[in-house]
Design a protein around this ligand. Structure first.
Ligand code: CP
Length: 325
């Protein structure tokens, strides 16, 4: 039987595609973070470039909107000296009925080396990875409700920078877990890294039934869910993936699950506040908390560049015979 990791890893255990965090070895996640650490200094230099991917062509294929992920993938590719092609889906032949596979086949014919794919359909990046030529890598930039692996990696990278040892940490993920690919990928990454306790917090309508089977504790009350935690990850309501009424009103949701300064006091004194963005102020988080001293939300965005440089450079050496760091 073919597993997801038969597709993601080559026979030397090196990253070939990056489609999901689920089932990856702890050593590989740590290697991605260690590699990102080395790239973080590059992004602080006057000349923010290294020649690692010179001559390679990376294609950004975003079938869904994005601010942070698309731009940081582009910056990361440019800082690795790759050529970057941003395909504008709204003005592409997709609007004339061209299939996903035909779009891929045509761009592949331009001798490209990597596809970075965001798609509303869960599984679209896996589908593309099954069909591309052996030298091409596919990176999942978010597919439906399924996975957002580079977001999870930049989140655990941010947590590691602030808190160190995952085995000592209590982490609460708060909000619309049901529709969140970010939550799913974060839970897998945090578990692989040995996190002491992972909590999911939200109304019953927004926590998937049986979520405990992923190794998390479910809380339906924000104050108890935040008690004593080291890290709070807030999520927005993902209305684009909702097909019904999951909350009575945004006003009521904010009253019960919005992170305010008073609610934050339930967490440890040095707890950090995270959010993958985009944030909806006054819906899931108070501006004073989002912009406050405990917030590391903009640091997450900065770390996204180094993490994406790490993932792209590691995936690009899968067929070079080079050993993983
Ligand atoms: N975190 C995230 O995926 O943001 P964008 O939708 O702006 O890429």
């Amino acid at each position: 039987m073919t597993t997801a990791n038969d597709l993601q890893l080559n026979d030397r255990g090196q990253l070939r595609h990056f489609l999901s965090v689920e089932g990856l070895p702890q050593a590989l996640l740590e290697s991605i973070m260690d590699t990102a650490e080395s790239f973080a200094s590059v992004t602080e230099q006057t000349v923010k470039k290294v020649p690692l991917l010179r001559g390679k062509t990376i294609v950004n294929l975003f079938f869904e909107t994005s601010t942070r992920t698309r731009t940081t993938f582009e910056l990361a590719a440019k800082r690795l000296s790759a050529d970057v092609l941003n395909v504008n889906i709204a003005t592409s032949a997709t609007t004339k009925g061209e299939s996903l596979l035909d779009t891929i086949r045509n761009i592949e014919a331009m001798h490209v080396d990597m596809f970075v794919v965001r798609h509303a359909q869960s599984g679209a990046p896996h589908f593309i990875a099954h069909h591309v030529a052996p030298h091409i890598s596919v990176i999942n930039a978010g597919d439906g409700r399924h996975a957002h692996p580079t977001q999870a990696m930049l989140d655990v990278f941010t947590i590691r920078k602030h808190k160190g040892d995952f085995t000592q940490l209590k982490v609460a993920i708060v909000g619309d877990i049901l529709h969140s690919r970010v939550a799913r990928s974060e839970i897998h990454a945090l578990r692989i890294l040995g996190t002491r306790e992972i909590r999911v917090v939200g109304p019953r309508t927004l926590l998937p039934a049986g979520i405990e089977s992923l190794g998390v504790k479910a809380y339906y009350d924000l104050d108890s869910g935040l008690e004593g935690v080291d890290v709070i990850i807030m999520l927005r309501l993902q209305r684009e993936r909702m097909n019904g009424a999951f909350i009575p009103s945004e006003h009521e949701y904010y009253a019960r699950f919005g992170l305010t300064g008073k609610r934050l006091a339930q967490a440890k004194e040095d707890a950090i506040v995270m959010h993958p963005g985009p944030i909806n102020r006054g819906v899931e988080i108070d501006s004073k908390v989002a912009d406050g001293s405990r917030s590391v939300i903009l640091q997450q965005v900065t770390h996204g560049i180094a993490i994406r440089m790490a993932v792209m450079s590691m995936a690009m050496r899968h067929d070079s015979g080079e050993k993983m760091a």
